[in-house]
Design a protein around this ligand. Structure first.
Ligand code: SF4
Length: 395
């Protein structure tokens, strides 16, 4: 039986849809407000996700998510967070926020943050992989992919957080039956938002919370007319965050330069011979740390496994190489000039092979032969959409 709609819920009810409660609140006149946008809704949707991106975002410190929600940052509109995990309302009351957005009935612009892979529901047979809420008339489950299609056309911006949302990530690894893909595989390569913003990707498994909150803040400044569109690279990543390799800022880089390499886990020197992908992976974790400047893969003794990159995990596995035998077996030779040169040739050879494997790492990730075609290359089946629909992704 179709469930009764929750529109018109009492705005004083703390479990009423956030958009209903928010619209009933009259913002005090703020003489210090900068820009025309006083409030935005940030609709956080997820597909195949471990919720690690949510955990990462809540750990952001520059700026903190709380300050965005409080509207405490000059020039930034207050963010009303409609989150699939942390919102107080649930069930149909939560889904009503999405319906209001789809109908254009929110009292402020909205952005979408998408966490996790988007699943190809055509492969789900008579069931579905992932759904959120039901059709009010038929009680048909509405898949999360369908919500993405419905809401993306009206969004001021769409941010794909994490590697799953950016490129497919772990759910898209070889052998997965769901046809998992990234948000861009659904929206298409030329998609831009209603405000002219292309898809923004913040990859990482999990991503740095600061990378996300800082990018959202930059987008809000832009939407408020106070800053240009944040600079994005060809893959939609903020250029200032992802232009350099892990290796560029690694705390172990001096050991690399000196040719001093760890032969086993736990050593303080360069980890390249244990499988570190740092020289070819674009990520700022070595520079920024994980939370408030602390932590990070190499700081904590771990190698870079390429988790920010298209094609992760398949293209970067196996992650851990065994220690190089000549170092342990021939220390005297190693100390000689000839041994050192041979050793460096070995390292350069490994790097060449790694670069070859990651040669198109900044290009759109392409599935291997026999894999499920990506959504936009294969066309999409007709699904109910907002009035007027939207342009189908182009292949
Ligand atoms: Fe570069 Fe990795 Fe060595 Fe750090 S540990 S210096 S990122 S190769």
């Amino acid at each position: 039986m179709p469930k009764p709609p929750v529109r018109g819920a009492d705005a004083a009810d703390p479990f009423a849809p956030l958009a209903v409660r928010s619209a009933a609140t009259v913002d005090a006149v703020d003489p210090y407000a900068l820009g025309p946008v006083r409030k935005v809704y940030l609709i956080w949707l997820s597909g195949a996700s471990c919720e690690g991106c949510t955990v990462a975002a809540t750990g952001g410190t520059h700026p903190r998510l709380e300050k965005l929600v409080m509207g405490a940052i000059p020039g930034l509109p207050r963010v009303e967070l409609v989150h699939s995990l942390v919102s107080v309302e649930s069930g149909s009351a939560w889904v009503e926020n999405l319906r209001l957005a789809e109908r254009g009935e929110l009292d402020a612009p909205y952005l979408i943050t998408w966490e996790g892979s988007v699943l190809d529901e055509r492969l789900a047979g008579d069931g579905f992989w992932h759904a959120v809420g039901e059709d009010e008339a038929t009680a048909r489950p509405i898949t999360s992919r369908e919500w993405l299609e419905r809401l993306a056309p009206g969004a001021a911006a769409v941010v794909a957080i994490g590697t799953c949302a950016s490129w497919g990530g772990i759910p898209a690894a070889a052998g997965n039956p769901t046809g998992a893909a990234g948000v861009g595989d659904v929206l298409g390569p030329d998609w831009v938002s209603s405000a002219g913003v292309p898809l923004v990707r913040i990859p990482g498994c999990a991503p740095l919370g600061d990378n996300y909150t800082e990018t959202v803040a930059a987008l809000l400044l832009h939407l408020n007319g106070l800053a240009p569109l944040p600079e994005l690279d060809a893959s939609g990543r903020p250029t200032w965050l992802f232009a350099e390799t892990v290796h560029s800022n690694c705390p172990r880089a001096r050991y690399y330069d000196e040719g001093v390499f760890a032969a086993e886990q736990g050593q303080a020197t360069c980890l390249v011979e244990l499988g570190c992908w740092g020289p070819v992976v674009q990520c700022n974790i070595a520079e920024r740390g994980v939370i408030d400047g602390h932590g990070g893969c190499m700081s904590m003794g771990g190698i870079c496994i390429g988790c920010t990159m298209p094609g992760f995990p398949d293209r970067y596995s196996p992650f851990v190489d065994g220690p190089p035998q000549p170092r342990a077996a021939e220390p005297a030779v190693e100390r000689s000039a000839g041994g050192f040169a041979r050793h460096m040739r070995l390292v350069r050879g490994r790097h060449a092979r790694r670069r070859a494997r990651a040669a198109d790492a900044t290009a759109e990730w392409r599935p291997g032969p026999g894999a499920t075609p990506r959504f936009y290359r294969d066309g999409l089946p007709a699904t109910p959409g907002p009035a007027g629909g939207h342009e189908r992704p182009r292949g």
